[in-house]
Design a protein around this ligand. Structure first.
Ligand SMILES: NC(=O)c1ccc[n+]([C@@H]2O[C@H](COP(=O)([O-])OP(=O)(O)OC[C@H]3O[C@@H](n4cnc5c(N)ncnc54)[C@H](OP(=O)(O)O)[C@@H]3O)[C@@H](O)[C@H]2O)c1
Length: 328
C-alpha cells in the first residue's frame, strides 16, 4: 500500500510517499481501506517534534526520532477484513475512528474497541473531519464542564476544527454559545449557532463585561487571570489548546493555568482527548447528534492524497475555517 511515512522530525517535506506492507489485522483488529483523513494540530506536533519539552515526556513524542511514523489520527473508510475475534464489523461496513496514527495511508488496522459506524448521512470526507475535533469539543463541554441546558458558553477559537463543533454541540446540549474568532469568520460562527461573535483583533473578550458559565478555551490566547473575568463565580474554564511554540507552548500555557486552579474560586480543568478511553462511545454519541441534524462538520478545504503535505502546511497556519480533509 501507499503511505506518507515520517522519517525524521521536520516540516511536511519530511512526509515521504512510500510503498509499505499493508497491515495484517490481529485477532481483535479490523483492516480498513482508508477513504479520507483530516489534519489536526496533533499530527504536526508529532511531525515537528514540538514542543520540544514533550520529547522528554514519556508516552508523548519520541526523544530523538518521531514516535509516530504514519501520521493521521482521523480516519473514515470501509472495512476490508476482520480479525478472528471481531464480532461487530464485516467487510464492506462504513466506519470511522480516532486513532493514535495511521490515517495518512491507504489501509490501517484498527482495534475493534476504537471503531464506530460512520454516520449514515455523511460522506467519507465529512466523517473524517469528526473524530479528533468533535471528540475534543464533546469531551470538553459535556464531560469536563458538565454543561447544563440554559447555561451560557463562550468558545474562544470558535471558527477552527474544534471550535466549529463546540458551538454546535453546546447548542445541541441546550446551552447558548458566543464565539470568539476573526472578523472574516464571524458569519460562519453565526451560521453554526453562535448568538454573539467577538472579533479578537478589535476586542478583548475578557473585557466584554459579560459572564459565562463555561469558557471553552481552544485558542489559549489570554492568560488565566484575564479569562476569569468572564467566568461566573462558579463557572468553569476548560483548557483545550494554545498558541504553538518551538520549546514549550502550548504545554506551558496549559500547565501554568492548571497550577492556578487551587488558588481560584472558579473551576479550571483540561480536556485531554489523547488519553480519553471512551472514544468509541463518544463517536457513537456524536453520530446520533449528526444523524439528528444537530451537528454538521464544517469543511474548510479538501485535498487529494498526493497533496497531503500541502494540506498539513495549510492547517499549520492556524486559520482554517473548520476542518482540512484529505481524500485517499
Ligand atoms: N486538549 C486536547 O485534547 C486537544 C485536542 C484537539 C486539539 N487541541 C488543541 O486545540 C487547538 C485548536 O485545535 P483546532 O483543531 O481547532 O485548530 P484549528 O482548526 O487550526 O483552529 C484554530 C482556531 O484558532 C483561532 N484563533 C487563532 N488565533 C486566535 C486568537 N488570538 N483568538 C481566538 N481565536 C484564535 C483561529 O481562528 P481565525 O481563523 O478566525 O483566526 C482558528 O479558528 C490547538 O492548540 C490544538 O493543539 C487540543
Amino acid at each position: 500500500m501507499k503511505a506518507f511515512v515520517l522519517g525524521s522530525y521536520g516540516s511536511s517535506d519530511h512526509l515521504d510517499l512510500t510503498a509499505v506492507d499493508t497491515p495484517v489485522p490481529a485477532a481483535d483488529e479490523v483492516l480498513v481501506r482508508v477513504r479520507a483523513t483530516s489534519v489536526n494540530p496533533y499530527d504536526w506536533h508529532h511531525m515537528r517534534g514540538e514542543p520540544r519539552i514533550a520529547r522528554m515526556m514519556p508516552g508523548t513524542l519520541g526523544l530523538r526520532a518521531p514516535k509516530l511514523r504514519i501520521l493521521g489520527c482521523d480516519m473514515a473508510g470501509q472495512v476490508e477484513a476482520v480479525g478472528k475475534d471481531v464480532t461487530e464489523f464485516r467487510p464492506g461496513d462504513d466506519v470511522f475512528a480516532l486513532l493514535e496514527q495511521g490515517g495518512f495511508a491507504e489501509y490501517v488496522s484498527v482495534p475493534e474497541r476504537l471503531l464506530a459506524r460512520k454516520p449514515g448521512n455523511l460522506s467519507y470526507e465529512q466523517a473524517a473531519a469528526v473524530p479528533m475535533a468533535a471528540t475534543t469539543a464533546l469531551l470538553g463541554l459535556r464531560d469536563v464542564a458538565r454543561i447544563e441546558p440554559g447555561q451560557k458558553v463562550l468558545v474562544n477559537g470558535a471558527s477552527g476544527g474544534v471550535g466549529t463543533f463546540a458551538v454546535q454541540i453546546a447548542r445541541a446540549l441546550g446551552a447558548s454559545a458566543d464565539a470568539v474568532c476573526s472578523l472574516p469568520n464571524a458569519d460562519l460562527a453565526r451560521s453554526i449557532g453562535a448568538d454573539d461573535v467577538i472579533d479578537y483583533a478589535s476586542q478583548d473578550f475578557t473585557r466584554s463585561g459579560r459572564r459565562y458559565d463555561v469558557l471553552l478555551d481552544i485558542a489559549g490566547s489570554r492568560p488565566v487571570f484575564a479569562c476569569r473575568r468572564v467566568l461566573a463565580p462558579r463557572g468553569t474554564l476548560v483548557l483545550i489548546g494554545g498558541p504553538a511554540g518551538r520549546w514549550l507552548q502550548p504545554a506551558g500555557h496549559m500547565f501554568s493555568a492548571l497550577a492556578m486552579a487551587p488558588l481560584v474560586s472558579q473551576r479550571i480543568a483540561m480536556a485531554d482527548t489523547v488519553s480519553c478511553t471512551a472514544r468509541k462511545q463518544i463517536l457513537m454519541t456524536l453520530t446520533r447528534l449528526i444523524e439528528d441534524g444537530k451537528v454538521i462538520p464544517v469543511i474548510s478545504r479538501k485535498y487529494s492524497f498526493d497533496d497531503i503535505r500541502e494540506a498539513v502546511r495549510y492547517q499549520e497556519q492556524g486559520h482554517a475555517a473548520g476542518k482540512v480533509v484529505v481524500t485517499i
